[in-house]
Design a protein around this ligand. Structure first.
Ligand code: DQA
Length: 146
């Protein structure tokens, strides 16, 4: 069994549809493509990745708690639309000591006004947004430097 530090990568609603979902905004990579590349990158950095997706807010809350319970080094989270609505995720991030890095494929600040509030970003360590799938890779590099 690996003794490498673990980084949780949590993905929220509708991100299971990446590849076919609004490719002009989110690109053509699927979530599996992103997970595969992150796995390679993590191996080079000496981490293990625990990559998950759910369309349910409570799963994301539970997984943030789990990251703390298992001593994860960091959490990368693309909370999808819950970014802009979820006080539960905001509170969960505040409740744990594990550093949480916010990730978005698009740049929500350059989109509709309802995307300009981030309940995740208010309590996250940092944010990588607007670089397409590369946002995840930049965030993982940042996690490695924490
Ligand atoms: C997103 C941006 C959110 O505003 C949106 O609801 C998503 C995807 C992104 O990765 O660009 O589902 O988090």
């Amino acid at each position: 069994m690996s003794t490498n530090p673990v980084v949780f990568v949590l993905n929220g609603p509708n991100l299971n549809l990446l590849g076919m979902r609004e490719p002009e905004i989110y690109g053509t990579d699927t979530l599996d493509d992103i997970a595969g590349r992150l796995d390679d990158q993590a191996r080079e950095l000496g981490f293990d990745i625990d990559f998950r997706q759910s369309n349910h807010e409570g799963h994301l809350v539970d997984w943030l708690h789990e990251a703390q319970a298992v001593g994860a080094k960091a959490v990368l989270i693309n909370a999808g639309a819950y970014t802009h609505t979820s006080i539960a995720l905001h509170d969960a991030i505040k409740s744990i000591k594990v550093p949480v890095i916010e990730v978005h494929l698009s740049d929500p600040m350059k989109r509709e006004a309802f995307r300009h509030i981030s309940y995740v970003g208010m309590v996250a360590h940092s944010c990588f947004a607007g670089h397409g799938a590369k946002s995840y890779e930049l965030a993982l590099d940042a996690a490695a430097r924490l």
